[in-house]
Design a protein around this ligand. Sequence first.
Ligand SMILES: [Zn+2]
Length: 351
Amino acid sequence: MAKAWMKAISGLFLILSLFVVPSGIQQAFAVGNGPNYNGNETIKKERVKNYEEMVSFLEHVTSRSDLLELETIGQSVMGRDLFLVTFGTNPDNPTIVFLTQQHGNEEMVTEGALNVIKNLSTNSRQVRELADSVNVLFVPRLNPDGAEADVLFELEDYVGGGLSTRTNANGVDLNRDHTDLTQPETRALHENVLQKYDIDYLIDFHHQGTSQAIDGRYVSGSMLYPTNSSVTPEVVEGSKQLGKVVYDAVEARGFGLIGRYNGGTANTIARNGLASTYGFSTLLFEMRGMTDHSREEAVLGQKSNGYLIKQAEIAMTAAMEAIADGSILEADTSFWDELPLQRPIGEEEGE
Ligand SMILES: [Zn+2]
């Protein structure tokens, strides 16, 4: 990773607090207070853009800025276009990828990505300065068929009636397909993004169940760096630095409480496989709760999930800024040694 951008970075002006988010109503829903389903909320997707709405949104906001480009990288099993949004195109600058919604029922993270893309479409001086220092690639909602519940199997006994599901239309978990690449969604990501760009960092955004906790309190999210032994120490260290940047930004908020994700070492998942195959740093970031699921304890209530959208937005913004100003290279990774391992109350499913 000894790239020219690292040497050039010392003189860069710090671009801090580009997209300061007013603290307010989200913080009324503090950690430990939900949003749980609890068997008494109606499960809806009102906060989430459906596929057509997402496409219209992406077309609109990217057309407002010459710094943003929208391109199609492939099609899902059911024929929906898959998208890449690029911000910044300087090959001398570092590049980060924000990947969301490999799992169709993990949706707030995509809303966060759409908000960040919108923020980057404003043509402000700060945005232009950011584009001078970092390239950002967004792959929002890699699994649109799962998100639309347009799948080739039945969603029996889902709490919300089958609003969305984890796998793609073929019933394949895309985040177990990063070595075999059997599915059109994973192939599109690898062939038209990961193999095409000179990438330094990637954050893979997910949602986990609602019952993970540390210190007796529900977490707002969890994180982990690559843990496969084939990933080089330099790549792992860069991943841990990326985690530090995200951790500090989220924990600074009233709702933020992050645990260590208890993840495996398989290269079939993005966190390990992409770091191993392509040699860039990766971070898994899991948010709390899913849109719909067959198990009540996995499902997010409707009331306060706005803070989860904000959490994704904060993580992306902090990562972009820390890479742009070079401060990520100074991030102290020792906090990982103290980060409590989250523990579920009941069974969980994640990554
Ligand atoms: Zn997931």
